[in-house]
Each structure stands twice: as C-alpha cells, then as structure tokens.
Design a protein around this ligand. Sequence first.
Ligand SMILES: [Zn+2]
Length: 229
Amino acid sequence: MAVVVPTTIGESLYWSYASMAMAWASLQHGEPTYQQIDYIVRSKTYYGLLRGRLKLGSFFNDEQEKIYAATSCVYCGSVDRLSLDHLIPRLRDGEDAADNLVTACRTCNSSKGARDVLDWLCRRKELPTLVVLRRYLKLVIRYCVRHDLMGVKLEDVGALNPPLPFMLALVPHQLPEPELLVARFDPDAPDHQDELFEERAAIREFDGGLSREDSETLAAEDDGTDRAD
Ligand SMILES: [Zn+2]
C-alpha cells in the first residue's frame, strides 16, 4: 500500500492521467461505483508512466473519437454551426495541428475563446467529458516532456518563466464516480437532451474533482503493461 501525494509536475499529471484511465476502465463494467479492478488500472497506469514502463497512448483513439463524433460539439453535443476549436488555444502555445483540434459549435468556441478549457468549464461549474480530458492530458504532458518540465517541483511552478500554458491546479486528480461520468456527448442517443441535462446537473453537483488536497491509497503496484490509452 502506498500513499501518493504528487510533488512534481510529472507526478501530478501522471496521477491525473491514471485517474482518467481508471474512469475509462470503470465504464467497461457499468457499475455505479469504482471497483477494485479500476483502482488496479489506476495504480498500474501511474507507476507504469512514472517508471517509464508504460508509454502514453498515441492520439489514435482520440482521432477515432473525433471521426465518430464529428457531427457534434465535443463540449455540449450541439449539432449546429460546427467549427474547429484549438483545445489548447493558440495564444497558449496550442499547435495548429490535428492533435489539438476538436469539433466545437461556434457558441462554445467563442465562449471558450483563449481560455484554458478546464478554466472555462470550471467557471461553468462543469467537468470535461472523458474524451476532452484524455486529449487535453496527452497534450499538456507532451508539452511538459518536450520542455523538460516534468521534474519541476509543484512549489516552483509559480516561478516558471514562461509560465505553463495550462492551469495545472485545475487538472483533476479525482473524477466523479462512474455513474456521474460523461465519456462523450452523443447526439444520436435516444432522449439525448434529457440525458444530457441530467448528466450535467449531476456533474454540476460534484465539486471534488478540482481538489488538490486529496491523497490516495493504492491497492497494487504495476506489473508492466506497455500502452496507456
Ligand atoms: Zn458546443
């Protein structure tokens, strides 16, 4: 049993990524709460990434999702007035490349503007869907790896120059229980609007995902897998 309290940018982002992987895993069995197997996924993912035994997933799954949901806004599910949005805004070093581009309605696109997507959603008291969070985490981890920032202590983040192009403090370490998770908005789902409303209302009531004070007890160590999608 180990208690994880991230002390560096890398540990913090990998812990968030592992929690996101746990959330995806939980959707496989459909139970309303996290199961032991989900916690094992989180533990394997975290230690695997930290020790270099697990590589961050490519954008293959994310691009597949983009094709699957190309006719709806990735943020709200709207099918009207779609455009391409830079997930990491260009003003925040976001690249003009497919990895960083998502389908968004013009309303969300202009409302988000140059804000960090987590900041924008936080102001709306919403958490990102798992599809958005997975791509976002891959982008910010890639940025930190490229700029050799993964080992920076959390207490030194404020002194970085240039500052991080994303808001590390808003990257969730913990996600809602599976019954409250939203993987993606699907405009073709029956009664979509009702479901959307209920899901977002439920997410709105959840405020634990942005806490930085949680420490986690892990049930298992990693045994070496080679890809974290
Ligand atoms: Zn939208």
